[in-house]
Design a protein around this ligand. Structure first.
Ligand code: MF3
Ligand code: CO
Length: 262
């Protein structure tokens, strides 16, 4: 049981893994249109990842058959890309991807609308994103892990949303999943003390309705139990003595003020 503190050299490699993944997400989001299949998204995403000289970390991870997890509407995470699943105007689609650059991982997720989407879907996506930044307000050396969890949960629950409990964020580095686990829901314990040099994937998964989820028969796809819409927002971050460094944001996300949200 140990959480690794990354060296400056490891951090440099993770910055590059993060920078590339941010670009992949930015480019992929622009391609999302009604009429395309979820397999089209996986193909495009894998091609982009490889074009940067990286390896898609999800491919064959524990048997997962694709490079991008594509989860539509009530699907929370780990949707399997499929040529027969065609996106419709008004759908929301969660895209989760990971890359390996010189042996170091980054992991990030975004939920995007397909064409015009409902007001309630827009709010869910924006508030899920904001719940991550609420968590970032506590992501500083000397604070504790569950301070992040509690901030995320308090914000999301203030809208009556269900915060998924059966899946959590994680440490990340030479492995996609390292210690510690990072819950997005309220905890009574404080959890481990954060230290500079920890790299974490923080990933709230938020449902409009119940927090309860089910697994489909494919053993991967997670859906909300009440079939309510679900959104996901994830970044790989570096803990420092000050504000955390967000490794998977694009320059345009930063220019749009993302770093002023925490
Ligand atoms: N982003 C997911 C996570 O953080 C990983 C997807 S699991 C995989 O746990 F099998 F699809 F890779
Ligand atoms: Co993750």
């Amino acid at each position: 049981m140990s959480v690794k503190i990354k060296t400056p050299h490891e951090i440099e490699l993770m910055r590059e893994a993060g920078r590339i993944l941010a670009l992949v997400h930015e480019n992929l989001a622009k391609e999302i249109k009604p009429g395309m299949s979820t397999l089209d998204i996986d193909r495009l995403g894998e091609e982009m990842i490889r074009s940067y000289g990286c390896i898609p970390s999800f491919k064959n991870y524990c048997g997962y058959p694709a490079s991008i997890c594509v989860s539509v509407n009530e699907e929370v995470v780990h949707g399997i890309p499929n040529a027969k699943r065609i996106l419709q105007e008004g759908d929301i689609v969660s895209l989760d991807a990971g890359v390996i650059y010189k042996g170091y991982h980054s992991d990030a997720a975004r939920t995007v609308g397909v064409g015009e989407i409902s007001e309630e879907a827009k709010l869910l996506i924006e508030r899920t994103r904001m719940s991550f930044f609420e968590g970032m307000k506590k992501a500083t050396a000397g604070n504790h892990l569950h301070d992040i969890s509690n901030n995320i949960a308090a914000y999301a629950e203030s809208f009556g949303y269900g915060v998924v409990r059966d899946l959590v964020g994680h440490g990340i580095g030479t492995q996609l999943h390292e210690e510690p686990e990072i819950p997005n829901f309220r905890k009574r314990t404080r959890g481990l003390k954060l230290r500079a040099g920890m790299t974490l994937a923080v990933e709230p998964m938020i449902n409009i309705g119940t927090h309860e989820v089910l697994w489909l028969d494919d053993d991967w796809t997670v859906i909300s139990e009440d079939l309510s819409l679900s959104a996901h927002y994830e970044n790989t971050i570096l803990i420092t003595e000050g504000k955390p460094e967000l490794l998977t944001l694009t320059e345009s996300e930063k220019a749009a003020g993302a770093l002023n949200l925490f």
